[in-house]
Design a binder for this molecule. Sequence first.
Ligand SMILES: *[C@@H]1O[C@H](CO)[C@@H](O)[C@H](O)[C@H]1NC(C)=O
Ligand SMILES: *[C@@H]1O[C@H](CO)[C@@H](O)[C@H](O)[C@H]1NC(C)=O
Ligand SMILES: *[C@@H]1O[C@H](CO)[C@@H](O)[C@H](O)[C@H]1NC(C)=O
Ligand SMILES: *[C@@H]1O[C@H](CO)[C@@H](O)[C@H](O)[C@H]1NC(C)=O
Ligand SMILES: *[C@@H]1O[C@H](CO)[C@@H](O)[C@H](O)[C@H]1NC(C)=O
Ligand SMILES: *[C@@H]1O[C@H](CO)[C@@H](O)[C@H](O)[C@H]1NC(C)=O
Ligand SMILES: *[C@@H]1O[C@H](CO)[C@@H](O)[C@H](O)[C@H]1NC(C)=O
Length: 385
Amino acid sequence: MKLNWLIISIIGAVIPGSTFVESATIAACNILSYPPTTKNGTTDYGPSIWAAYNDCIKTKQSDVLLVPAGKTFDVNVFGTLGGSNWKFQLDGTLNFLFNPAVNSGTLLIWSHATNVTLTGTGTIVGNGALWRPNNSVTAYPSRPRLIRFQQSESIIITGKLVLLNSPMFHITLDTCNNSLVEGVRIVADNIGATDGIDISGNNNIVRNVAVQNGDECVTVKSPANGIFVENVVCTLTGGCQMGTFGATGGVAAVENIHYRNVTMIGSQTAAYIKSYPTTNGYIRNVLYEDFKVENTLYVFGINTYWCHGTCPAATGNLAISNVTFQNFVGSQASSSARPVVLLQCLNDNGDGCKDIHFVNDSVTSGKGVADTISYACGTGRPSLP
Ligand SMILES: *[C@@H]1O[C@H](CO)[C@@H](O)[C@H](O)[C@H]1NC(C)=O
Ligand SMILES: *[C@@H]1O[C@H](CO)[C@@H](O)[C@H](O)[C@H]1NC(C)=O
Ligand SMILES: *[C@@H]1O[C@H](CO)[C@@H](O)[C@H](O)[C@H]1NC(C)=O
Ligand SMILES: *[C@@H]1O[C@H](CO)[C@@H](O)[C@H](O)[C@H]1NC(C)=O
Ligand SMILES: *[C@@H]1O[C@H](CO)[C@@H](O)[C@H](O)[C@H]1NC(C)=O
Ligand SMILES: *[C@@H]1O[C@H](CO)[C@@H](O)[C@H](O)[C@H]1NC(C)=O
Ligand SMILES: *[C@@H]1O[C@H](CO)[C@@H](O)[C@H](O)[C@H]1NC(C)=O
């Protein structure tokens, strides 16, 4: 279809052969050339990574920073990376040590970067459970995240990277364009704020990824125009959602979103769009296609009353239109007393959600609860006007 074509033609231009894992070249800046610090009995390779970046990538203009295979590097402190036209080759293991003094930030963060690739066969161990003592998500409320690119262009995360149990979110691409995330496997505790991949911006692709956690699987944030997500397996997780929009009074500007070939196992939702009722803006031209659903609580949803605690008054004007849920198979959790379809739209100017289509879906209901539909119209469900 048109959208895929657009994305692939743009991405294709900047990612020659992105699906294979290149081994490190001899020109690499190896972090082993930059000694770690040892403080109070803890060896920290964080300073080695940033020394290698500053000396070798920034100053000497080399283009590969290597964390070599076969070794586990404890990392305790971190700083901001950036730059353009270079590759972070992560083949070894980064073990992100629990440090209660580090109650913010992100292990690997890039801002305003262009043409940066993060690849390899390595693993990042987040030790998230230590930041959530007794499963508390409030003990360290600003605990660090693992990987973040913001306002960046032509970013590629590829290879066979494994991310284990981040203290908080795993991968965020915040308003990045023409970027790709593929081949990553994320496994975390079944607990909130462990988002797998959060993505916003224009013309981005996420494909061939697997996420197991207790929150978002692969989630579109605003603003977004042209996000294509395919071949995803979500185990547990909150589902492949969009939002939550407007939590901080914002505007949603989301269009041309396509999810294809997604398997949801034991998730809270399958395909779900959620916002506060104060949200303004639009969400349009969304296609969720070829979903296999197993043991999921909610299946299809557009919920403009999704709030932490009591929702504020419905003062928003969010135009949601042309959303299609196509070729969904499988079953809702047999214990689920929730509707398979929940469309709770804003009655802004009497518009609600328009052109909402269910095509060739055969997901069976748990306890047979009727669809909940308000202020939505479209086709494919008996109760949808
Ligand atoms: C040094 O390590 C000990 C034992 O792990 C710890 O209790 C102490 O807080 C540490 N001191 C500093 C300054 O990090
Ligand atoms: C992108 O970065 C790579 C190094 O990772 C470099 O070889 C390549 O020339 C860069 N591409 C462009 C278009 O600058
Ligand atoms: C963990 O939670 C249990 C049950 O709420 C409580 O009894 C216990 O004190 C908690 N332990 C810690 C270390 O907070
Ligand atoms: C992404 O594209 C949008 C629309 O063309 C543009 O406004 C924005 O500056 C771009 N962002 C980056 C990081 O290049
Ligand atoms: C669907 O995604 C799964 C999991 O990534 C993959 O194994 C399978 O080959 C994909 N199917 C198609 C038709 O692309
Ligand atoms: C509806 O959205 C799909 C993509 O999800 C797009 O291909 C189609 O052109 C849109 N239809 C209209 C009338 O905009
Ligand atoms: C309808 O869904 C079934 C799976 O239940 C699939 O085999 C079939 O190809 C779909 N039909 C169309 C026209 O896409």
